[in-house]
Design a protein around this ligand. Sequence first.
Ligand SMILES: NC(=O)c1ccc[n+]([C@@H]2O[C@H](COP(=O)([O-])OP(=O)(O)OC[C@H]3O[C@@H](n4cnc5c(N)ncnc54)[C@H](OP(=O)(O)O)[C@@H]3O)[C@@H](O)[C@H]2O)c1
Length: 326
Amino acid sequence: MTSKVLLTGATGFIGKRLLYKLDENGHQVRCLVRPPEKLTLPRPLSHEPEIFYGDLLKPETLKEALSGMDAAYYLVHSMGGRSIRQTHAFEEKDRAAAKNFLSAADSVGLSRMFYLGGLGDVSDNLSHHLSSRQEVGRILQSGRVKTTVLRAAVIVGAGGAAFEIIRYLVERLPVMLCPKWVYTMSQPIAIDDVLAYLAGCLENPQTSGLSLDIGGPQIVSYADLMRMYAKVRGLKRLIIGIPFVSPRLSAYWVNLITPVPAGIVFPLAEGLRNKAICRENRIRELIPARLLSMEQAICNALAEEEEGPGKLLSRQSCFLPEIESR
Ligand SMILES: NC(=O)c1ccc[n+]([C@@H]2O[C@H](COP(=O)([O-])OP(=O)(O)OC[C@H]3O[C@@H](n4cnc5c(N)ncnc54)[C@H](OP(=O)(O)O)[C@@H]3O)[C@@H](O)[C@H]2O)c1
């Protein structure tokens, strides 16, 4: 059935891809964007989306955008900025943005909403970034609208900030001296699988109001993920763990090597100490999908034309067929 859907974050890594997926599935999409000219579409869509100016920090811009919609996707965060001083400014903004959006959604009687946040256990002394993502989920579930919260670790796809950091480090450094957090375990997931789950939630009313963990088929450390990237690219890389490097020091170092903005690198690096593994897998029954391996997800990212926050060209050689035949 066709739904009218408001998509926030349509200029972002996940939002832009979801726009194509929702269009493919026959839904009518209205995009909420700050500067409308920032929404550039790499390929034509079957139906032109409606474009609405809106800023989650300007409550007066939200009600009209939400009017007449069956559902909304909340794919927004406030991390960013080049300056290291800006690295903690996101929490207050994200709290305000979620409250503004929920209030507007409740006032127009929106029935369903979908939010993608982060994995991580509250008992694990969560980083500012991960606690803030969970707080946003709690706010969005506290109103009358039925909000589905999906929680993911690193999403592997061209242009994803966390994936681009891994890509730059492995591409640029033959020997990596990494903090011990590089051995923290997590359950990354391919962007295609995230899109299947996000779009699938709209089709499946049983997901309404639930919090669901989503993860790929492998539980790996960040060091494993970097080794997988190197293997898929046919690169020889040495990763050495150094116990005394703090997350802040490693963030300075990552900031020097990669062009991903400091305002994103610092909060993400701080979160490397937190395990990001699914506590439950109900999503696999609610929305059955054949999950991609991380090697395949990396290869797909290398085959894309998309540019990420670092603007590295995505298209690079991939040696996956050789790896699979071994
Ligand atoms: N990427 C990952 O690996 C990953 C992993 C787990 C969870 N997630 C979650 O997925 C969601 C989307 O992340 P992403 O990677 O797609 O982020 P992204 O590429 O940085 O995009 C963020 C989007 O938020 C928009 N935005 C920020 N502040 C806004 C405001 N005040 N009003 C309206 N729009 C605003 C941005 O618009 P502008 O273009 O105008 O700045 C942009 O479209 C987030 O909730 C994130 O926590 C991502």
